[in-house]
Design a protein around this ligand. Structure first.
Ligand code: SF4
Length: 327
């Protein structure tokens, strides 16, 4: 088997607080193959966006990626790359699409010019050719009146169109890894489906791997090959999409899935996960989910769960799963 394109091991990110450092991401381990789409799922505050920023080495200060962390991309240790080389990786081999496109778009530069710049950064083509390719890319991502829209400023476009510009930009850069952080959260259902389709098509045509950060299982179902579920800064379950969605093993994943409205369950009451998400720095001992878990037993309060492999494509960090596997 070929080596994964992205391999994350023992990733830990902490922030300075009054009473010492507070970990927001704790010993995260993930792998992503070329051409694969991995969804990183969890409630807000679980550490998934910080994980994405850590890959890009963009964790905001006073955040710190701890020394034991390893992030290996295409055989290179990203955390030890010189700043200039890391900037090249960010601008080329790894692209990022955020929930709010204005995080990445320059508000005072026409959108077409921004995409042209991305094209010319990677291909030594004359300005006229870059413009022609930009119009073509705008057509590909479904921006109507592309020849006119290239001259618009970001504030003149709707949220959906701005997100399409971001995808056109990503296509221009042809990244090997595309990180999408809640790319469709601010969009209505129809536009959301179109944007997800575009991201999937882009990954298929360019062979890019996609790391999709989301709290929405509808999005997971639409595009993911594999899923990793995160809770309180740690991965608690991972697996192939179909297996994990049809047979979740971790009580947290089960709770998340029970709380999703499903058309076939109309009339049935949704079950919420009881209790509240703990804040970083106030994470419970041992299994961090134990105060909310309906199956918690003594071991859960005293021992941190290790990874239990439940099938060739699924694993969970849970004592109950572990004891069932041993029985
Ligand atoms: Fe629940 Fe225990 Fe599993 Fe944690 S380890 S999820 S408390 S059963």
């Amino acid at each position: 088997m070929s080596a994964p394109l992205l391999e994350i091991d023992r990733l830990a990110v902490s922030f300075r607080a009054e009473r010492g450092r507070v970990h927001v991401v704790d010993r995260v381990q993930l792998a992503l193959a070329a051409g694969e789409t991995l969804a990183l799922v969890g409630e807000s505050g679980c550490g998934k966006s910080i994980t994405a920023l850590a890959i890009m080495r963009l964790v905001p200060r006073p955040g710190l990626i701890e020394a034991e962390s390893r992030i290996c991309f295409a055989g290179r240790d990203l955390l030890s790359l010189p700043v200039a080389e890391m900037r090249n990786v960010r601008g080329g081999k790894i692209g990022m699409i955020f929930q709010e496109p204005m995080t990445s778009l320059n508000p005072v530069t026409r959108v077409g010019a921004q995409v042209e710049e991305a094209i010319r950064l990677h291909a030594k083509v004359p300005a006229g050719e870059a413009r022609r390719r930009t119009v073509e890319l705008f057509q590909t991502v479904g921006i109507p009146d592309s020849g006119i829209r290239v001259d618009a400023y970001p504030h003149q476009l709707s949220g959906g169109l701005k997100q399409r510009v971001m995808i056109a930009m990503a296509m221009a850069m042809q990244p090997r890894l595309l990180i999408c952080d809640e790319p469709t959260t601010a969009l209505d259902a129809t536009i959301r489906a179109q944007i997800l389709e575009l991201i999937r098509n882009m990954a298929t045509t360019t062979g890019a791997a996609v790391l999709l950060i989301t709290h929405d299982f509808g999005v997971v179902n639409a595009v993911a090959d594999r899923v990793a579920v995160m809770y309180a800064g740690q991965i608690v379950e991972e697996g192939a999409r179909e297996e994990l969605l049809s047979r979740p093993r971790h009580p947290y994943t089960q709770g998340l899935l029970r709380s999703i409205p499903r058309p076939e369950a109309r009339g049935n009451r949704l079950e919420e996960i009881k209790g509240v998400v703990p804040r970083p720095g106030q994470w419970p001992q041992a299994c961090r989910f134990h105060p909310r878990c309906p199956h918690a037993f003594d071991r859960c309060r005293s021992e941190t769960p290790a990874r239990t492999v439940v099938s060739p494509t699924q694993a969970a960090w849970c004592h109950l799963v572990d004891e069932e596997a041993r029985a």
